[in-house]
Design a binder for this molecule. Structure first.
Ligand SMILES: [Zn+2]
Length: 154
């Protein structure tokens, strides 16, 4: 089972950087990154301490429906390159624990897939969930339920 991991869509990120409204209808806030836990959801890299980050509300679903959770994310304020790879970013090992769960083709949570795992188990958990053909895709989220990335079949 191969999979593909992508950061959020570049056009959407550029609109946010240029001041478009976030999922709550507000402009992204600009803050200076502090500490080491500031993942950018576009390049899926960590925003360096001291760099500007955007803080905004994001809904990682195409449409509004009961399961379309909205939550806070960070983005690099500067330009960066969208992540796309057949493997998870190495630093995901430090998401400890992480929430991993599948969604169906209607973007509803597949409760039978939801699990909380240590960072090094995220890869195998994604593959296991995606092995069920009735699962459309997987979300990796932090222990705070903050969206990290979507994982699709490769
Ligand atoms: Zn970035």
């Amino acid at each position: 089972m191969s999979f593909v991991v992508r950061g959020i869509d570049t056009e959407e990120v550029e609109r946010i950087r240029q001041g478009a409204a976030d999922a709550n209808g507000q402009r992204a806030l600009v803050r200076v990154a502090e500490g080491v836990a500031n993942p950018c959801r576009h390049c899926l890299d960590l925003i360096a301490e001291g760099d500007d980050k955007l803080v905004l509300s994001y809904r990682p679903f195409a449409s509004v429906q009961p399961y379309a959770e909205t939550g806070p994310i960070f983005l690099h304020a500067r330009s960066c390159t969208r992540y796309e790879s057949d493997r998870l970013p190495a630093w995901f090992d430090f998401l400890d624990p992480a929430i991993v769960r599948g969604y169906d083709t209607s973007d509803w949570i597949r409760y039978d897939t939801g699990t909380v795992v240590a960072g090094p188990q995220i890869d195998a958990t994604c593959r296991q969930i995606l092995a069920d053909a009735s699962v459309a895709y997987v979300h990796v989220r932090s222990k705070f339920n903050c969206f990290q990335c979507r994982v699709d079949r490769g």
